[in-house]
Design a protein around this ligand. Sequence first.
Ligand SMILES: C[S@@+](CC[C@H](N)C(=O)[O-])C[C@H]1O[C@@H](n2cnc3c(N)ncnc32)[C@H](O)[C@@H]1O
Length: 210
Amino acid sequence: MSTSCNTHPVGSSVSSYTRPDHYTRRAKAQGLPARSAFKLEELAKKHRLVRKQGRYLDLGCRPGSWSAWLARRAGTGAVFLGIDREPCDNYVGTFLQCPIEDLSPATVAEHLGGPAQVVLCDMAPNTMGAKDVDHLRQIALAEAALALALLVLDPGGCFVCKVFDGRDAPAFVQSVRAHFATVRRHRPKATRSRSCEFFLVAEGFQPEPA
Ligand SMILES: C[S@@+](CC[C@H](N)C(=O)[O-])C[C@H]1O[C@@H](n2cnc3c(N)ncnc32)[C@H](O)[C@@H]1O
């Protein structure tokens, strides 16, 4: 069996990742694309993630459950730009199939129509079964998301980011703290017990003085 975090056991056809659980059944009942919506729901109970008519950048958006959950609450004027390297059908806003590494701040501003109030990052690499490698690849995605968030967020804006825990996670958390008034770490109940993920919610973006 693989020891990697967030990885299906090799050779297992029915893993804890594919077996429908309480959250999967709830997502289906509510017409949401995936159970991960309930991770965001938990974060939103503690933080002001729902911004009426807000502009949302949704990094690693596929299959679209975070945005679907938010769109039901953020009102008709809310604008969503979803980014994923894989195709994503029926996205609630504008979807661009594009790796984050190729996404420019100008493209984000063009599609959102202004600075983002909220940048969401739920990006995860295809896990390899090697915990350290998976961790480093995921941290690289989180770092790319932070770098972009610093260029597209409104002052006071919010950054939500998935992090695979491991050696470089504390340094990443510190780098987020440098730019936001508050940074909180959460492990939602909807996160699978085998997963090493946690989420940062960083609020009160403080841009560098020009
Ligand atoms: C856990 S899923 C996101 C689930 C999504 N938040 C939702 O609510 O449905 C992670 C996504 O990150 C995407 N991803 C991984 N590496 C990426 C990259 N370099 N650029 C853009 N998306 C990436 C994957 O394709 C995958 O769809």
